[in-house]
Design a protein around this ligand. Structure first.
Ligand SMILES: Cc1cc2nc3c(=O)[nH]c(=O)nc-3n(C[C@H](O)[C@H](O)[C@H](O)COP(=O)(O)O)c2cc1C
Length: 279
């Protein structure tokens, strides 16, 4: 019943562009990590060609997709035909995060004429290596009424609050609070991590109960590995360059080797000189 393709065939290409929403699924590599599925799309997705899909990633309560893509890139995009002929389409591929405020993001939105909104936090670009279509015979019918505007309004309001002087309402602080770490503690938005480190924003603890991964991951983390990871992220993100630390280690090593090689001879020479003076 199912059909597989290496690229998106023209009829599916057109059908994808008519859809009103989609689902993305990603997973961390760790066997204990949590598999994610998120709603995406709305008016914010498109195709560049028959093997390149993109969507406009909106700020929300989580950052699972971003974290998983940064770790391993695996992603499956799914569309379901709620109106018209039955059909389910899956795009399997490798996804990349292009974060807002980066030069690549600006170039992408300009080149592809993408209109951003205050909630926009990244573009996810997917290199599709396999397309699957299946019957969709059991997908229920739903008539499309309208796009829901609540998410956009929430972040429009936040933007206005920020512009009228409430400095803590800025998006990077929100990203530091909610979009800096995945549920399992994988790093999420770079800007969120940087802002969290710079402004000491304690990230939200997401899962609860005995099965929840050990959190928090930020400055108040009580778990040594989390604390170490946070400090390393902070080092990196606050641009106390890891390069400088490595350079110091190399210099210390060289000085150590020189001292070990010539130190005893120098001490001996001094001792002999002193003995000569005292005699
Ligand atoms: C149709 C649609 C519905 C959405 N519903 C929610 C929602 O209920 N809660 C939320 O936090 N984000 C919602 N979002 C926003 C995104 O899913 C958002 O990117 C979210 O933070 C999940 O990110 P993640 O997949 O990286 O964890 C929605 C977006 C779209 C396009």
């Amino acid at each position: 019943m199912g059909h597989f393709y290496e690229t998106i065939p023209p009829n599916i290409y057109e059908w994808i562009l008519e859809q009103k929403m989609l689902f993305v699924s990603t997973a961390p590599l760790a066997a204990s990590g949590h598999v994610n599925v998120s709603p995406k799309g709305g008016q914010y997705f498109g195709l560049i060609d028959d093997k390149t899909f993109w969507y406009h990633d909106l700020t929300g309560s989580g950052c699972e997709t971003i974290s998983h893509l940064k770790e391993n890139g695996r992603i499956t995009v799914m569309f379901a035909g709620f109106v018209g002929a039955p059909r389910i389409v899956r795009l399997w591929g490798h996804g990349r995060v292009i974060e807002r405020e980066s030069a690549e993001f600006n170039a992408f939105v300009t080149a592809n004429d993408v209109k951003t909104i205050p909630a926009t936090r990244s573009i996810i670009l997917v290199d599709v290596h396999q397309v699957g279509s299946s019957c969709g015979y059991s997908v229920p019918f739903y008539d499309f009424k309208d796009y829901r505007t609540t998410l956009n309004e929430v972040f429009e309001k936040k933007k206005k609050a920020y512009e009228t002087g409430r400095s803590k309402e800025d998006m990077p602080r929100y990203w530091a609070y909610k979009n800096a770490w995945s549920i399992d503690g994988l790093p999420g938005m770079t800007k969120g991590l940087e802002t969290g480190a710079k402004e000491s924003v304690e990230p939200i603890t997401k899962m609860i109960g005995p099965w929840a991964p050990a959190a928090p991951f930020g400055p108040k983390s009580f778990k040594l590995s989390n604390q170490l990871r946070y400090q390393l992220t902070k080092l990196d993100s606050t641009r106390v360059q890891l390069k400088s630390v490595l350079l110091m280690v190399v210099v210390a090593f060289v000085v150590g080797v020189v001292l070990a090689a010539y130190g005893p001879a120098l001490v001996e020479a001094q001792r002999e000189r002193l003995e000569g003076l005292l005699m």
